[in-house]
Write a protein that binds this ligand. Structure first.
Ligand SMILES: [Zn+2]
Length: 128
């Protein structure tokens, strides 16, 4: 899986590995998923720290996404599986795991504290 590292536009949290494998399978079938993987315009990722929607410009730099781009959010089930794969206990909260292992450089927001997971959002959500 191609991957990129960025600072969130809104909260300055550092996304060292976007964990795109933790997006729900149904969303990976969306053609915009390829754009997101390649840091191209056309898709928006909900920041794991602040929930803000991050898109990319033609140079692969983070930008405010355009209206109607599909929104991608991490799946609760996929993140739980990744947490266990990282060797954490089932009772460890996703927020603690993320801060410890995955999203370790928050800006203004700690990771996965008030996150809207894919399961909690409309499946065909787009940038408003
Ligand atoms: Zn953010």
């Amino acid at each position: 899986m191609p991957y990129w590292s960025i600072y969130c536009l809104y909260c300055s949290g550092y996304i060292a590995d976007a964990l795109l494998e933790c997006l729900p399978a149904g969303k990976k079938a969306n053609s915009a998923f390829v754009d997101l993987c390649n840091a191209r315009p056309g898709a928006a990722l909900a920041c794991p720290y602040c929930n803000g929607l991050i898109g990319f410009d033609n140079n692969g730099k983070p930008q405010i996404p355009q209206k109607a781009w599909p929104v991608f959010r991490y799946g609760l089930a996929e993140l739980e599986a990744k947490k266990l794969a990282d060797g954490e206990l089932a009772q460890t909260s996703l927020a603690d795991w993320a801060l410890q292992h995955r999203f370790t450089k928050p800006g203004t927001h700690e990771p996965l504290k008030n996150y809207t997971y894919a399961e909690q959002a409309p499946p065909d959500e787009i940038v408003p």
